[in-house]
Design a protein around this ligand. Structure first.
Ligand code: ADP
Ligand code: MG
Length: 213
């Protein structure tokens, strides 16, 4: 896992988000202000513009460059939150092995950083309702010595189940919380975009593994 793999993951996430632009825009129009997908796509374009710089680095520095680009380009609540995810992962990259257990810890560190930034955990109808269960299952799979194929098959399912579960939740954080009870009945846009990115990154990495990379 290095800067080239990071860029391959960014390409996959960007393509998947573009495919779901209208859907995510509409989710954020229902319980937010409609800008979520456009914030993310702006960040993605900025990352694609520094492809060579990211691809030339090892994992930690590549994630660090990506984090700072996201912070300077993605607006809304999600900019600083995705910065925290990438920056938390970048910091943890230095102290962890490049194996399933190491990646589980690196991802969990990123998710913990989002929690500190956004001051929330599960149950408030945000991206955390996807990120936390995925990080937890990742660490559980690592503790069971699961092979990467199992991890890459399982995590997208965990992400999807938990994304769908945000539909019935009451939003207590972010813009959607202003709606109170009216926030129920709509999937959280940040949960949906996070789930889409997790699914596309896992699919891309599974393809990489299949090629023996
Ligand atoms: P804004 O709400 O400022 O317009 P975005 O539209 O970019 O920002 O992002 C909205 C998403 O951010 C929500 O769908 C939710 O998933 C996530 N979010 C909002 N507040 C928080 C928070 N405190 N912690 C984690 N995620 C949050
Ligand atoms: Mg918004």
């Amino acid at each position: 896992m290095n800067g080239e793999t990071v860029m391959a993951c960014i390409d996959a996430a960007c393509a998947a988000l573009k495919e779901h632009t209208d859907e995510i825009a509409s989710l954020d129009q229902q319980i937010g202000d409609g800008d979520h997908i456009f914030n993310l796509l702006r960040g993605m374009e900025a990352l694609l513009a520094v492809r060579a710089e990211i691809a030339a680095q090892p994992l930690g520095p590549a994630l660090e460059i990506a984090a700072s680009k996201v912070l300077s380009t993605v607006g809304g609540s999600s900019g600083p939150l995705f910065f925290s995810l990438l920056n938390g992962m970048a910091k943890a990259s230095a102290n962890n092995a490049m194996d399933v257990a190491g990646f589980a810890r690196i991802f969990a560190a990123g998710v913990e950083a989002v929690g500190q930034r956004g001051k929330t955990g599960v149950g408030s109808k945000t991206m955390m309702d996807v990120l936390i269960p995925v990080a937890q299952r990742f660490e559980q799979l690592a503790a069971e010595n699961a092979v990467s194929r199992t991890v890459l098959d399982t995590l997208p399912r965990v992400a999807e189940e938990n994304m769908l579960a945000t539909r019935d939740m009451l939003a207590t954080k972010g813009r959607a919380s202003f709606l109170g009870e009216r926030s129920r009945g709509h999937i959280d846009p940040g949960a949906r975009s996070s789930q889409i990115m997790i699914a596309s990154v896992c699919a891309r990495l599974a393809q990489h593994n299949g090629q023996g990379a």
